[in-house]
Design a protein. Sequence first.
Length: 171
Amino acid sequence: MSTTTKHHKPAGIKETVTSLTIALMLAFLFRGFVIEGFVIPTGSMAPTLRGKHLQFTSPANGYRWAVGPWNVARTNGIEVNDPMSGQRISTANKKLSSGDRVFVLKYLPFLHTPERWDVVVFKNPGTNENYIKRMIGRPGEQVALVDGDVFVRPFVEGETDRAGWESWMDG
């Protein structure tokens, strides 16, 4: 009885390049149509999601808060006011923290439609820049922000007043 052994030929350069090309094409398709990662560029979503920011702790009371990068004086370090005590704090060489990262599900509305308070990503039509915000209004609604409180009501064409605080005074 003779046994024959089959020797597998090692993968050549052509097979390796083909595999890598297919993997890259699938990755770009996946990123373009299914899911994409974004870095939050600003601190507007703090404290739940943070963009680029500087973290401070008050030496007087231990209170911690974040400061956006637009408050940074590039020449003489950083000077901020403690929001609790009003004390002026200055420091040099404070490290800028990068923003949080979020993964966004794209082009799959049958799996999930955005609800109020979800994080959404959209492009500014003027600059084509990505904006990452929390959605507070849905189509067909009017939104009013008063002292940080959110008020929402349905908009009915011809029945709902469009502007002015008086339009929100009725029940």
